[in-house]
Design a protein around this ligand. Structure first.
Ligand code: DX5
Ligand code: ZN
Length: 217
């Protein structure tokens, strides 16, 4: 599996979003990671459908939306015409996850579930793994960019990779939070094949995002 890097727009300069997107358009094979926060599931508020609607035409990359919201069910329909490639919801936020996955499958090419650092893999029953395209393991407590990576997540990636092999499945393992060139190698070795990186990419000297992405690769 090749490794996808997904810069998180949360760390971009919102005053020049169009220019930031053009900079990322210079780099190939990325996903654009979009953190939708509602101020309830996490103590922060970001952007919603009106902003995302503008991205469809401005970014050449696949749009990867990560919903850190209390009721992602309410977003399944209202975001469906925004050209999202992937819709990831938090396992902890939903009571009827199986139904939610089925609902999303009808509307989005790719469906992901996300687990907070404190949520064990055992919280997800085995029959679910074959129904998702992506599993996002949070490596910080969600809500903010620029937080410190939690090293214990590497073992969780290994455990999830074992589950993937055991059931002969092809879902992507995405890691989100505090990813840098220093931990990316460990994560990829552990089995991750999709790495979200916000502050590390966007704090590149001279806004040379390509160089930071190359370093992760
Ligand atoms: C955190 C978000 C992340 C965040 C990552 O709640 O889900 O996507 O933007 O930012 P960094 O890479 O700075 O930790
Ligand atoms: Zn995210």
């Amino acid at each position: 599996m090749s490794v996808i890097i997904a810069p998180s727009l949360l760390s971009a300069d919102f005053l020049e979003l169009g220019t930031e997107l053009e900079r990322l358009n210079q780099v190939d094979d990325l996903w654009l990671h979009l953190d939708v926060m509602d101020g309830h599931f996490v103590p922060n508020l970001t952007f919603g459908a009106p902003v995302l609607a503008k991205l469809k035409g401005a970014s050449k990359h696949k749009l990867d939306a990560h919903f850190m919201v209390t009721n992602p069910e309410a977003y399944a329909d209202s975001f469906k015409d925004l050209g999202l490639h992937n819709f990831t919801f938090h396992w902890e936020a939903v009571t009827h996850q199986d139904r939610m996955i089925a609902l999303l499958k009808e509307r989005y090419p790719s469906v992901g579930i996300s687990l907070n650092p404190a949520t064990p893999l055992a919280a997800v029953p085995n029959y679910i793994w074959g129904k998702v395209d992506l599993v996002l393991l949070m490596s910080v407590n969600p809500g903010f960019g620029g937080q410190k990576f939690i090293p214990a997540i590497v073992d969780k990636v290994i455990e999830l990779d074992q589950i993937r092999h055991k059931h002969n499945l092809g879902f992507s393992i995405q890691v989100d939070g505090g990813v840098t060139d220093e931990n990316a190698g460990y994560l990829i070795q552990a089995g991750a094949n999709n790495l979200v990186a916000g502050s590390y990419v966007f704090s590149a000297p001279n806004k040379d995002y390509q160089s930071r992405i190359n370093k992760i690769r």
